[in-house]
Every structure is written in C-alpha cells, then in structure tokens.
Ligand binder design. Structure first.
Ligand code: SAH
Ligand code: SF4
Length: 347
C-alpha cells in the first residue's frame, strides 16, 4: 500500500527528501502538520518538489460524498479509501469550538443493536494515515477557524484498533499540539484496552458508552458486555481514574422503555457515583435496523433532572446532523445514491 504522508514519522519522511537540503524536511513537516496543507499546496518548497511528493505520497482519502446540515455548521464527508472501503467523518462548528468526529475502522465488529455502523458490520482497520488525514482534511475545511477538538466517535471501535488509535493520539498531541482535554476517545468498553491506555499514560479524555448499568440489558444492547461485563468494566474505569486522575464520562443513548426507566436511572447513578463520572445523555438517533424509538424529549429532561437530583453531573448531547445521517450512531458510509434504497427507517 502506498503510504499517506500522515503515516510517516519525521525519519521516514526524511527518506523522501534525501537529496534535498535539511531545512526542506522542516518546511514540509510544518506544512502538513501545522498548516494541515496537502503536499501540493506547500508553497514554501519549490513546485517541482511539491509535485513529486504529492505524486509519491498521494492522499489516502477521496471524497465520495459531501453533505451539510444545521445551516452549514455540520458537515459530513463519505471518504472512499484505496481499496474501495468507505468511512465517514463529521465536522461540527460550535460557537466556542470546532470539533471533528473521526472513524477508526471501516465498519465495526461490535454489533451494538441500535447503531447503524454496528448493523452494517466490519470491513477493516484503518491505518494511522487514514485517521490523521480525516483530522487534517477537516482542519483545512474549517479554516479560517482552528480545529480545536478531535473525538473518536465516528465509525468503529477505537480500542479494537488500539495501536493505530494510540499512535494517532500521540501524533496529534505532539505534532499538532492538541491536549488531552481536546482529544476524546469513545469506547464501548474494551476493559483490557482501557487499562492499557491508563498504563501508557496517553493524553486523552475517555468516554465509555455505557447505555445500561445492569448486565441483562447491556448484554442485549452491547454484545461486548458478555465478554467484559459491568463489574469488569468498573475495574478498568477505576484503574484509569487512579492512574490518570482525569474525568471519565459515560455515554447513554436514551431508548424508549429500554434504558430510560426510573430503575435504569438509579442503576446508572449507582454505577457512576463513586467513579465521579460525568454522564452524557444522547437522545437515540434513528437507524434503519433498530425500530425501538428514542425517548421522548420530556423523558430526556426528566431523566436528566432525576440524575442531577441523585448528585450526578449530567448533560444532554444535542443531536446535530440528524437530517444528513451524521448524528451519533448513524454513520454507515452510504452515499446519497445508495441511501435511496434504504427505506426501512425508524422515524
Ligand atoms: N465505538 C465507539 C465509538 C463510536 S460510537 C463507541 O461505541 O463508543 C459513538 C457514540 O454514538 C457511542 O456512544 C455510541 O454508543 C453512540 N451511538 C451509537 N448508535 C447510536 C444511536 N443510534 N443514537 C445515539 N447514539 C448512538
Ligand atoms: Fe461499534 Fe460503537 Fe456502533 Fe457499538 S456503538 S457498533 S462499538 S461504533
């Protein structure tokens, strides 16, 4: 496979510049990492050189679809990769920050029932370059605003592609200057990988997709729970907290009659309390293969207020990008032409 420039570290990039003066490496490096420029646009280096580099290190991502919603503030791209696999990336412009949501795998093998990516199954792991390039593409499109946050909440389970996720986090931290507060990895709860993250001291914020705090319900929603049940996940979260002293958050997609009952609320409060976890409620977004509805807006508010009364720090995530299937859990990398054949929709 031909590498993307973002697959390379500085030593590897230097081999492409062996016949050039040393400062060229610095110029190219700054261009791609600080400037988020594509190689052909780094005007600090001579044209012939940038053209050669652009030829030898072609981009990993090709835009297959580009859609916008929320009056232009949310954009979603479907990218086609070199082997035809497709992934999705979402850019969200808020007043105080600009966030990109990246995919870590093409598809996902975890099979969570309510998630469009899980319903579509697994295609393959992404490479470091394929993940970083999503960030840099978004950074370019966000200009003149500066991309401030990266969340690993697109397609795939980042901790099932551990080495790549860890490398991308390290590089974005070191080469792009993003701090742990601005890098969030969301996991469905791969307990040993959470512990490994803690051991390696990676600079990131951890979000765990909990969705249920009793094993029977969680087994149904998140099949990985059968392998790493709630007690095992709890242990991993404790280790993470002990070694990082960073805030942990739990994501909870509110599903009508499934995990929005008062009992579910008490179970969640009990699980989250001693971990001092922040709870992020996500009103369930519709997906073609899961016909149970999201909780009604009044119930979302009641659930939030109830948790607050139980002493839990809680917020409700707004559902950006629903009209373009760019909201949480809706990413299946279907282009518009393809999508018209998907008629079984839950809204
Ligand atoms: N695999 C990782 C990261 C990608 S999913 C994980 O599961 O955490 C990002 C978030 O979207 C997760 O919290 C996931 O549970 C949530 N999600 C999945 N399907 C959803 C849906 N239909 N509605 C709302 N949130 C959903
Ligand atoms: Fe995979 Fe996350 Fe979707 Fe579950 S919710 S299927 S882990 S992307």
């Amino acid at each position: 496979m031909v590498p993307s420039v973002y697959d390379l570290d500085a030593t590897q990039l230097a081999t492409y510049l062996a016949d050039e003066p040393r400062y060229r490496l610095d110029q190219v490096w700054r261009g791609v990492w600080e400037g988020a420029l594509d190689l052909g646009s780094i005007t600090t280096v001579p044209k012939a050189l940038r053209e050669r580099l652009a030829r030898e290190l072609p981009p990993a991502l090709e835009v297959a679809n580009d859609v916008t919603s929320d009056r232009g503030s949310t954009r979603k791209w479907v990218f086609r990769l070199h082997d035809g696999a497709t992934i999705e990336t979402v850019l969200m412009n808020y007043t105080d920050r600009v966030t990109v949501c990246v995919s870590s795998q093409a598809g996902c093998a975890m099979g969570c029932t309510f998630c469009a990516t899980g319903q579509a199954g697994f295609t393959r792991q992404l490479s470091v370059g394929e993940v970083v390039e999503q960030v840099m593409f978004a950074a370019r499109e966000a200009a003149p605003r500066r991309l401030s946050n990266v969340v690993f909440m697109g397609m795939g389970e980042p901790l099932a592609n551990y080495r790549v996720t860890a490398d991308v986090v390290r590089r974005l931290h070191e080469y792009r200057g993003l701090s742990a507060r601005h890098l969030t990895v969301s996991t469905v709860g791969v307990a040993p990988a959470i512990e490994r993250l803690a051991d390696e001291g990676l600079p990131l914020t951890l979000a765990v997709s909990l969705h249920a705090a009793n094993d029977a319900t969680r087994d149904e929603l998140v099949p990985l729970n059968r392998r790493y049940p709630l007690s095992r996940l709890y242990e991993a979260c404790e280790k993470w907290l002990a070694s990082t002293s960073r805030r942990l958050s739990f994501e909870w997609a509110l599903i009508d009659g499934v995990n929005d009952t008062d009992q579910a609320m008490f179970e969640l409060a009990h699980y989250a309390r001693d971990l001092r976890a922040h709870v992020n409620l996500i009103p369930l977004n519709p997906t073609p293969g899961y016909l149970v509805r999201g909780s009604r807006p009044e119930r979302v508010r009641e659930f939030r207020d109830g948790l607050e009364e139980l002493g839990i720090n809680v917020t409700v995530r707004n559902t950006r990008g629903r009209s373009i299937d760019a909201a949480c859990g809706q990413l299946a990398a279907v282009t518009n032409a393809h999508r018209s054949s998907v008629t079984l929709r839950a809204r």
